[in-house]
Design a protein around this ligand. Sequence first.
Ligand code: MLC
Ligand code: AMP
Length: 445
Amino acid sequence: MPLLTSLYGPDRAAAVTAPDATLSGHELLERASGVAAAIAGQKIVAVDATPTAATVVAITGALLAGVPVVPIPPDAGHVERAHLLADSGATLIPSSYPKGDLPPEPGPDRPALVLYTSGTTGPPKGVVISRAAVAAGLDALASAWEWTEDDTLVHGLPLYHVHGLVLGVLGALRVGSPLVHTGKPTPDAYAAAGGTLYFGVPTVWSRVVAAPAAARALSHARLLVSGSAALPVGVYEGLEELTGQAPVERYGMTETLITVSARSSGERRPGHVGTPIDGVQTRLVDERGAPVAPDGATIGHLQVRGPTLLDGYLRDGAVVPPDLVDGWYPTGDVATIGPDGWHRIVGRASTDLIKTGGYRVGAGEVEDALLAHPAVREAAVIGTPHDDLGEQITAFVVLTGPVDSSALINFVAGRLAAHKRPREIRPVGELPRNPMGKVQKSRLR
Ligand code: MLC
Ligand code: AMP
C-alpha cells in the first residue's frame, strides 16, 4: 500500500487548509507530483518547514519521489540551520514547481524523513525514519483512535517534528482526512476550526482550559489527543469538565514514533498514556538491565521494540543503527507499567533533556551556545517547573564581565531555534561540582 494512501484513491487526497492557502486534494496531488518530478533522483532534500500548505506540498512531493526530506525549523538560528544543512548534506528546495504527474511508489525500506532532535550533549542529531516505520505507526494510531476519512483533523503544531508532521500531516494524507492547520495552536483558532479530531501538546491544552469559551466549542469534537509531554492531571480534568470528554493521551518520541496510547473506544486515565499500539512491545528494566515487575508501582527504564523504530542516526551520509539492547530501544524515559498494561511516564532518566512547551531541548546545545558568548565562562542549563510550558529553560552562568540577561537570551536566540533560548539567566559565582569536577545539576534545582 502506498505510504500516502489517500493520494492514490478515487477521490485523491483530502483537502489541506493552512493560513497561506487551501488546497483541494487534486491540487495537492498535482503540485506535490510537480515537486517529485523536479527532485527525482536527488539524495536528500531540505524544506523550510513553515506552518503552511506550501510546506505540505514540498514534503509530500519529496515522499512521492522517495527522496528523504529534512524539515528545517523556520526560526532556527544561523548556527542550528547551518548544522542541519551541513550535517545532512541536504539541498534546500523551494516549495513551488510546475505541476506534474504522480510517480510510482518508492520501496517501503527507503528513508522517508530525517528529523533532527536534541541529545543531552552536542548539536542535534538526524534521526532517519523509514517509510515502513511511518506507515506502521500511522496505521496503528488510525486503529487506536478509529481515525477515518470522515474525520477532519485540526492542529497548529510545527511541521518539523513527529507530532505535527508525521501524525499531523502524513497521518491525514494516509487516512484521507481533511487537515486544517491553524498556523499557531491557539484556543480560538482550535475553536473556530470545527474539526472532529484535534492534536495538541499539553501547553496547548492548558491554554485551551484557560479559555473556557474556546474549550466549550470543542465539545462537538470526536477526539482530543494530547502528547509530546506529560499532561497535568488538572488540565486533563479541566478539558473533561469544559468539553464533556476526557483527552486521549499517547506517548512517543522522535526515534520510535508513537508507541503507547489510550484507545478512543476504551478507558482514559489521567496521568497515564495507555497501552502499546498494534505491533509495539514495551518492557521496564532496572539500572543493570534486569526486568522490572509490571506492578503499576515499581519504576523502571522504559524500552520499546516494534516496526516504528528509527533506522538509525545520519552520520557523514551513512545511517548508523541505534544502540539497541537485544533489539529493544532504550527510550531514556522512566515509567511504571500496571498489571493491566497501562503505562505512566514518570520522567526522563537524564536531567539534560528538557521538555518545554512539548519541544525537546538538550541542555548541552544551549550550554554550547551560551559558552560562545565572550562574557560567559561556564554555563549549566536545566529545566525548572513552569505552569504553562511544563519546564522552562533556566541557565546558570559564571560570567567574566557584566552582561545583560536579555543580551544573553537574544544571543542564544540568534544561534538556535526560538524555543531553545533560556527564559531565565541566573549569574552565579561558581557552579556546584563534585570532586571529579562534574557539574552537579541536581544541586542547582
Ligand atoms: C520564547 N519567547 C521568548 C522566550 N522564549 N521571549 C523572550 N524570552 C524567551 N526566553 C517568545 C516566543 O518566541 C513567542 O513570541 C512568545 O515568547 C511566546 O512564547 P511561548 O510562551 O513559547 O509560546 P508560543 O510561542 O505560543 O509557543 C507555545 C506552543 C509551542 C505550545 C505553541 O511551544 C509549540 O508549538 N510547541 C509544540 C512543540 C512540538 O510540536 N513538539 C512535538 C515534538 S515531537 P511570538 O512573537 O512568536 O509570540 C514529540 C513526539 C511526540 O514530542 O510524542 O509527539
Ligand atoms: P521528542 O523526541 O521531541 O519526540 O520527545 C520525546 C520525549 O517526549 C519522550 O522521550 C518523553 O520524554 C516525552 N513525551 C512524549 N509524549 C509524552 C507523554 N504523553 N507523556 C509524557 N512524556 C511524553
